[in-house]
Write a protein of this length. Structure first.
Lengths: 510, 382
């Protein structure tokens, strides 16, 4: 973890109780009037203020194309925070004090950035923020490039302090565009200043994967091809494309979920122990996994991948339309809403162990989990009848909802004679710790303000992820057959069941 | 309270550890069966043992209510030891597993187990022997002592020997000036076997946070070497009863231990009530310290009401002020130079309940060196 030396040097911060608060700084949010700002960023900032985790000298500057006064902007944000904050009701005094240091600058006109520079300089002077800035790009992706260019042109990132840029996903839509974008950003920021968001990494339980693996000595020896039969990673959503129709139809499940969240989860599960819990070491190890992933070439697409699109069906008893009937989706859309992959990590630890990944919309329930299924006992001493109820040992890391860890093993049913049944040893995260875990955005914003990039994706990771995904997408687009469908509320197309059944295995029901 | 144990709070009686464990197992089975009827699975979770010592029934009940509220966050086996020295010798153990209703979406219940050990008469020597077999193995043990710990008694030493962490509340001490010194000695004697903490220390965490955050800014941090005075206000009630300012002194002890201040003379009462004394900085310059009682509605006795740190460099006086807004759950933190306000902000400062305090302490394992240093500095002041 990179701790700013100036904060470390505060002798009053010593000890376990006082959290490290970021240095004096200004957060500039581009897309200040957007959905992400009002649903996620501002509620997260307000909750950080409630926990006293923001520095005393701190301001938020919203930038957007719509002309608006500071007061109008504050009023909109107040409304948003009151609606979307995880803590309610709104603490008026804390909000008022926070809002005093909220500004709005319209960057719709050519003078916009001059205004912005002036506003930031005035705040530096007023608050003593010393030119320290975080630029948060919460805009549609096509605006990233021009915004970064303008930040550079107007010298906003060179104001005497440090500056960082936070970029939302999607980062590019293929390898070429991602590389292009990184290069354009590098014109203004160097890599250590760039914080690419994958909000999955901000989740408590995702960070807990690393704690489970590397703070405990008992799991790691089992975490290899010798003991693990295969790994299943599932990111299931019950929602449809909803309001994001236009974006989603252009992206599809592969770009929306597999390229980032699923591959990041795989990297965390498969990585070697890092030498330290810091940005360099953790990301180096993740990168090694991504590089070790066996490519799925166009000729293997049919064998190792399945895509699907949901048709009409039922979710929790309610009738829902098919994908092509959703708002903003064409009736002939060939966009996949479901992906299943069979992957391999070609390294010493995982050679020959399949990683089955799947994600989909309109699956029966919302669930994200990682399951390691272990090999069966090499020799079964109990009779076939006795062990009929015995499943393979499975370690399941549940990411959401109902975060926790469970281990399945066989136990004797208390009757005369031997009858074996699988039982679950269950650790429910919420039951052992505080129920109220911080929101992923709180964690990530705070880390960006502190300059800790451990939970953000580095350029080489993003590019490697695209390098894996691109050939599959190309293979699909070369395929002229209609893509398989599945009824909303089922666990995906039959082809996906066949993908894993061919190996004598079956998908879990998370 | 009556001689009869209230079974609605403490559960059914079971004499002996074996009977007690049998009864707990029976209740777990009943719960599992009931939960299964509703399609749930009861997850038995426990992350710690908590021994609570109470010498009054009312404290025991209050502790039981606190632990019940915390069971969602800290599933535990709670052993409440109620020592009632007025009663004839002998033990009576009553136990109950309490299972809170599951949250609507979770579909799971969380159990915690509450055991009451009620000791009557002279139980000094035998108390620990009743508690030891009830502790769940392999889990950390917290000992929460309500009231003043009797450091000269056998059962105190015996219970402390079981603990990984020892929790007191100096707000409840009969003679804080005396007992805090004893606690400091217990800290020294712990040698890493157990950590010690005080709810009054937990109460001032937000205050320490606010003071520390002034000096995150490098421009202000330099002034930590130039502190010339500190004033701390603490709440008293209207009748002017003498209140020991433990929180205020811990805060000053903390600053002194972190910044290398030394006492120059013993604490002396000031004319206006409270304390007025001086300390020396590392460079031997003098720091005026003033601890003032204030009557303020909405504050518990001894709680901090405000503080002012003064620093002087090159003839410029900079003041760092935190002031609790009376009757509200927030404070104003401001900085001014030579009387001109430089910055000011409103910060949430809710008054924590005992449940909040205990919940916070149960998340910390091991010893808190910063507290031990602050306490040692406080003791040197007296």
């Amino acid at each position: 973890m990179v701790i700013p030396a100036t904060t470390l040097a505060n002798p009053l911060r010593a000890g376990p109780r006082l959290a490290r608060v970021p240095e004096p700084s200004i957060l500039v949010i581009f897309g200040g009037t957007g959905d992400l700002t009002s649903r996620k960023l501002l509620p997260a900032l307000y909750n950080l203020a409630l926990q006293r985790l923001l520095p005393p000298a701190f301001a938020v500057v919203g930038a957007g194309r719509t002309p608006m006064s500071d007061d109008q902007f504050r009023a909109e944000l107040r409304e948003a925070v009151a609606t979307f904050s995880r803590t309610k009701p709104l603490n008026e005094e804390v909000w008022a004090s926070f809002a005093e240091r909220v500004r709005y600058v319209s960057t719709g006109s050519p003078e916009g950035y001059v205004d912005l520079a002036r506003t930031l300089a005035a705040l530096d002077l007023e608050l003593g923020t010393q030119g320290n800035r975080v630029f948060y790009l919460a805009t549609p992706p096509k605006a990233y490039e021009p915004i970064v260019r303008d930040i550079g042109l107007h010298g906003l990132s060179r104001a005497g302090g440090w500056s960082r840029v936070v970029i939302e996903k999607p980062f590019g839509n293929d390898l070429r565009s991602a590389m292009h974008l990184s290069e354009k950003i590098h014109d203004v920021f160097s890599e250590h200043q760039i914080f690419r968001i994958d909000h999955y990494l901000g989740k408590e339980t995702v960070q807990n994967i690393l704690v489970l693996r590397f703070a405990n000595a008992i799991f790691e020896p089992l975490w290899t091809r010798q003991f693990v039969d295969h790994v299943q990673i599932t990111v299931a959503e019950s929602l449809g494309s909803e309001e994001r129709g236009e974006y989603y139809d252009a992206a599809g499940a592969m770009r929306d979920v597999v390229q980032n969240h699923l591959l990041q989860l795989l990297a965390l599960v498969a990585m070697e122990p890092p030498v330290a819990f810091d940005a360099g070491a953790v990301r180096d190890e993740k990168m090694k996994v991504l590089r070790a992933m066996r490519a799925i070439g166009q000729d293997e697409v049919a064998e190792r991948t399945v895509r699907g699109q949901y048709a009409g069906g039922f979710i929790e008893g309610t009738k829902v339309p098919g994908y092509r009937g959703e708002p903003g989706i064409g009736t002939l859309s060939q966009t996949e809403t479901y992906v299943a992959l069979k992957c391999y990590v070609d390294n010493w630890r995982w050679e020959g162990t399949p990683f089955y990944l799947r994600t989909g919309k309109r699956l029966p329930k919302r669930s994200t989990e990682i399951a390691l299924q272990f090999r069966s006992a090499p020799h079964q001493v109990f009779s076939r009848d006795a062990s009929a109820g015995l499943d393979p040992n499975t370690l399941v890391l549940r990411i959401q909802p109902d975060e926790g860890i469970s281990l399945k093993f066989g136990a004797k049913v208390p009757v005369q004679g031997v009858r074996i049944r699988s039982v679950n040893m269950d650790f429910v995260y919420g039951a052992s710790f505080m129920v109220d875990a911080p929101d992923a955005y709180e964690t990530l914003i705070l880390d960006a303000l502190r300059g800790d990039a451990t939970l953000f994706t580095r350029r080489d990771e993003v590019e490697q992820q695209w390098r894996f995904v691109d050939p599959i997408v190309e293979g699909w687009s070369a395929d002229q057959t209609d893509l398989p469908t599945y009824a909303a509320g089922t666990w995906g197309p039959t082809e996906a069941d066949l993908l894993i059944a061919r190996d004598g295995r079956a998908w879990r029901k998370p | 309270m009556s001689l009869v144990t209230d079974q609605s709070i403490w559960g059914a009686p079971a004499s002996g550890v074996a009977a007690l464990e049998r009864e707990l197992a029976r209740m777990r089975r009943v719960q599992s069966a009931q939960a299964a009827d509703q399609g749930h699975v009861v997850a038995r979770a426990a992350v710690l043992n908590l021994i609570v010592h109470a010498s009054r029934e009312v404290h025991a009940r209050r502790a039981a209510a606190t632990i019940r509220q915390l069971s969602q966050r800290h599933p535990s086996r709670a052993i409440i030891v109620h020592v009632d020295s007025e009663r004839p010798p002998g033990f009576e153990a009553a136990l109950a597993t309490h299972c809170l209703l599951p949250a609507a979406d979770a579909g799971r219940q969380i159990c915690y187990e509450q055991i009451l050990v009620r000791a009557r008469g002279d139980s000094d020597e035998r108390l620990a022997s009743a508690v030891i077999p009830m502790l769940l193995p392999d889990l950390p043990t917290f000992l929460w002592w309500t009231g003043t710990p009797p450091v000269d008694q056998r059962h105190f030493d015996d219970l402390l020997a079981l603990a990984d962490r020892f929790i007191v509340d100096s707000a409840d001490f009969a003679r804080p000036d005396v007992t805090l010194q004893q606690i400091a000695r217990i800290c020294e004697g712990g040698h890493g076997r157990y950590g010690v903490t005080d709810f009054n220390w937990t109460r001032i965490t937000p205050w320490r946070e606010l003071v520390a955050s002034f000096f995150d800014a490098p421009t202000w941090r330099a002034l930590l070497a130039d502190v010339t005075g500190i004033r701390v206000g603490f709440a008293v009630d209207a009748d002017g009863r003498d209140i020991h300012p433990s929180q205020a002194l811990l805060l000053i002890g903390w600053l002194a231990s972190r910044l290398g201040w030394r006492p120059t003379a013993a604490l002396a009462p000031s004319e206006a009530g409270g304390l007025l004394f001086s300390m020396r900085r590392a460079d031997a310059a003098e720091i005026q310290v003033r601890v003032r009682p204030r009557f303020e509605r909405g504050l518990a006795e001894g709680d901090l009401s405000g503080l002012r740190l003064q620093a002087e460099r090159a003839g410029v006086l900079t003041e760092f002020v935190v002031k609790r807004v009376p009757g509200m759950s927030h404070a104003l933190a401001s900085v001014s130079t030579d009387g001109t306000l430089v910055s000011s902000r409103t910060i949430p400062l809710p008054a924590p309940s005992v449940t909040d305090l205990l919940g916070e302490e149960l998340t910390i394992a091991g010893s808190d060196r910063i507290y031990e240093d602050a306490l040692a500095a406080l003791v040197r002041l007296a």
